[in-house]
Design a protein around this ligand. Sequence first.
Ligand SMILES: [Zn+2]
Length: 178
Amino acid sequence: MPGWLDVLDDMLTDSQLDSSLAEEADACRSDSDAEQALGIEFVAAATSEPCEPFRRFMLANHKVEHVHPTFAEQNAGKPCILHPRSPSCARPVNADLGVFGTPCDPFSLQRGKRFHDGSVKQHALYSVTFTDALNFLLDPGAPKAVIMEQVEGFNEPESDSESETPMNRQVWKNEVGP
Ligand SMILES: [Zn+2]
């Protein structure tokens, strides 16, 4: 009796999926490992990771075509770390899969002031999710499918006086573009 991973692997093989990947931030490592464990051929088209040791670890384990230090620079198509003399390193257009995790610090239940009014939105790393990731997702060249990883607190109320959570906020239409 095949497991579900075997079934998924067979489905993807049968469909001859063009498996180019756009991988983002630190979550890409574990998902790339999963792709490799499934034996699915893929091209890691681009990543972004601000931490240099993490980038070094990533590049020691995977061949990646473009490596940006931040989501915002990748979105802007700036020259990447591998091609600093290039006029630009454009982000992949309509890659089959985008995998990313944005910083959990603003949303984490481990943070002391997590439920104080305004503390989520005022956190310095909040914009990585609610500006950079949104721009990535709303771009016409966004991946065909996306896997996003976040911490459990992403689905908890923004503060003690608000019931809305970061996950169910209606930002997708109201705050960023049409
Ligand atoms: Zn590049």
